[in-house]
Design a binder for this molecule. Structure first.
Ligand code: FAD
Length: 341
């Protein structure tokens, strides 16, 4: 069964979240899809603990806190989130609606679509070593589907961020052996995880190794080990059955390129009045769009979301005259915000 909606937002970064708010003020409910399992786009994935200094009225706010505040602000509008699923197909359905389908098979029939896809879907940074590709899925992994797959295996976890440390800590007592390999001695993960990892290494329950992965050793399509170069330049061979790679994420425009929209250097040109794309009914806000003078800043996306919401309201209710109402004084706005008069 397809989900019918007035508005489908592709991307749960800060601009997609604020789009929920601006649509909500105009009484339009939205569904939001993101390919990532967590809400927050670049703020959550790339710099959650960094301070931002150019969000109006916040002299300084952490990126994670900004996402939390946006979620709090959109609470009254009960948007439905569909996370961990990339929107892969988007095409006109009939004169009035669009059909969107995600990688998980969720189908939407939406009267308007807002692409707030930032710099694209985040994909895991892949290993580019000779012979790594045929081992992907069997011996080289970018996510853990089932922890049981690694039970009793000689496991190497690559990376120094939260994902690498979290999985190393979770799997060390299930694997036959576990080695964490990171290119330097400093880890980006939460300090508490790093302390725990060092404790487990000291207790001989896992190993950590600093250096570069330089080669894979495989026999008849089966991984048996890896070649490493340590920080002094010395070479080592480590036995391994399975590799879990957590080298961070890089954005890819991905399926958006196939949706029949005009593109300019992987960005979507829009009208600065409505933020509509070359396809009427499809809008683009935030980092994904381009127009003369565009600045890829969160506050630009917030402004764009406000104007797009008015344009969408007009598309959905063309006969209606839309009045600008202040949230300070409008009783209609107060009702939509769920405030008690
Ligand atoms: P994003 O935050 O990129 O979110 C887009 C979301 O769309 C992603 O979660 C992605 O997974 C999802 N997506 C993409 N394609 C699909 C698809 N097909 N299906 C489903 N989901 C999809 N800006 C400032 O204003 N001030 C700053 O100080 C600042 N500091 C920054 C520091 C760093 C290190 C970086 C990297 C950026 C910084 N920025 C800053 C830029 C700011 O983060 C971006 O402008 C902002 O994140 C754009 O928001 P967005 O919602 O448009 O896109």
């Amino acid at each position: 069964m397809a989900i019918e909606t007035d508005a489908l937002i592709v991307g749960a970064g800060p601009c997609g979240l604020f789009q929920v708010f601006e649509l909500g003020l105009l009484d339009i409910k939205a569904h939001v899809v993101d390919s990532m399992p967590a809400i927050g786009g670049q703020c959550a994935e790339l710099y959650p603990d960094k301070p931002i200094y150019d969000i109006p009225a916040y002299p300084v706010i952490g990126a994670r806190e900004l996402v939390d505040r946006l979620l709090e602000q959109i609470e009254p509008f009960h948007a439905q989130f569909h996370l961990g699923q990339e929107v892969q197909e988007l095409a006109p359905l009939d004169g009035d609606r669009f059909r969107a389908v995600t990688a998980a098979g969720t189908e939407f029939h939406a009267r308007s679509v807002i692409i707030a896809a930032g710099v694209g879907s985040f994909q895991p940074r892949r290993m580019r070593l000779t012979g790594s590709e045929p081992l992907e899925g069997s011996h080289v992994h970018y996510k853990v589907r089932d922890q049981a797959d690694f039970a009793g295996q000689r496991l190497i976890v690559l990376g120094g961020g939260d994902s690498a440390l979290d999985w190393a800590l979770a799997l060390h007592d299930k694997a036959a052996s576990l080695t964490l390999i990171h290119r330097r001695a400093e880890y980006r993960a939460q300090p508490a995880s790093v302390v725990r990892m060092h404790g487990l290494c000291e207790a001989g329950k896992m190993r950590s190794f600093q250096g570069q992965l330089v080669g894979l050793i495989a026999e008849q399509g089966r991984l048996t080990g890896v070649r490493m170069q340590d920080l002094k330049g010395d070479h080592h061979e480590l036995p391994a059955d399975q590799l879990l790679v957590f080298w961070g994420l890089s954005p890819k425009l991905g399926p958006i390129a196939k949706w029949g929209l005009n593109l300019e250097k992987n960005q979507i040109p829009v009208s600065t009045e409505t933020f509509e794309t070359s396809t009427p009914g499809i809008y683009a806000v935030g980092d994904i769009n381009v127009y003369p003078g565009k600045k890829k800043l969160i506050l630009s996306g917030f402004h764009e979301a406000a104007l797009a919401a008015f344009a969408i309201r007009h598309r959905l209710y063309p006969q209606e005259k839309i009045r600008l109402q202040y949230t300070t004084t409008s009783t209609v706005m107060h009702q939509r915000l769920g405030l008690k008069e």
